[in-house]
Write a protein that binds this ligand. Structure first.
Ligand code: HEC
Length: 189
């Protein structure tokens, strides 16, 4: 009887670990990005905010036209903790998500601002349509050749091509002293 109880505890523990590992590696069912084999991490949209950025210039596609993006960086629990504690290098399992949107504005918002603060010419903008989402996944063994980071890019849930992924790590080289991460965490009270 005792033995059965012990076995069942052991089985439950193993099942629990398996379930935990499943959610920790927690990848969705979609396609994996080339080179690093990363899928969109499950639940990433619920991760906490690290920072926000604005990117302006000409369209990256070279097709001309103005580029205006708003960007947000989110972190899973391990990444957020490392940012807050200032831990470098980031621990294995840390994942940073970068969400990119076209910047948009609305007369509705701006008229309300003009009514509340007349004469100041206030103009507000916000995240409009999604452009893409990028991930950096820390696994110091698996991705030893690229500073311990795996890189992945998705547009509408589909991974970008190999040529795109071949550029990620080299362009992150300038941030080598910060474990290849550009984003800073600005604490708020
Ligand atoms: C042209 C250089 C360049 C290339 C190529 C590049 N990055 Fe970045 N990346 C940056 C810079 C600079 C930032 C910070 C500014 C920003 O987010 O706009 C950044 C930020 C990020 C972030 C947020 C964490 C951080 O380091 O600040 C992620 C995640 C990311 N990039 C993933 C990727 C992936 C995945 C690829 C390849 C598909 C890629 N990057 C290609 C330059 C680059």
């Amino acid at each position: 009887m005792r033995r059965i109880a012990l076995v069942s505890v052991a089985v439950t523990a193993v099942a629990g670990v398996a379930a935990y590992m499943g959610s920790a590696s927690g990848q969705s069912n979609g396609d994996a990005a080339p080179i690093y084999g990363i899928k969109i991490p499950e639940g990433y949209r619920d991760w906490r905010l690290i920072s926000v950025k604005q990117l302006t210039g000409k369209q990256l596609t070279g097709a001309g036209g103005e580029l205006k993006q708003l960007r947000a960086q989110l972190g899973n629990d391990l990444a957020i903790k490392a940012f807050r504690d200032g831990t470098l290098p980031f621990p294995d399992g840390a994942i940073i998500a970068a969400l990119h949107w076209n910047e948009a504005s609305s007369d509705f918002d701006n008229q309300a601002l003009a009514a509340g603060f007349p004469g100041l010419g206030l103009q507000s903008s916000f995240a409009g349509s999604a452009v893409n989402v990028q991930f950096m996944v820390k696994d110091s063994k698996k991705y030893a050749a690229s500073g311990g980071w795996g890189f992945a890019d998705f547009t509408n849930g589909k991974p970008g091509n190999e040529a795109l992924h071949a550029k990620c790590f080299s362009c992150h080289q300038p941030a080598k002293d910060r474990d290849y991460v550009f984003t800073h965490y600005a604490p708020t009270p």
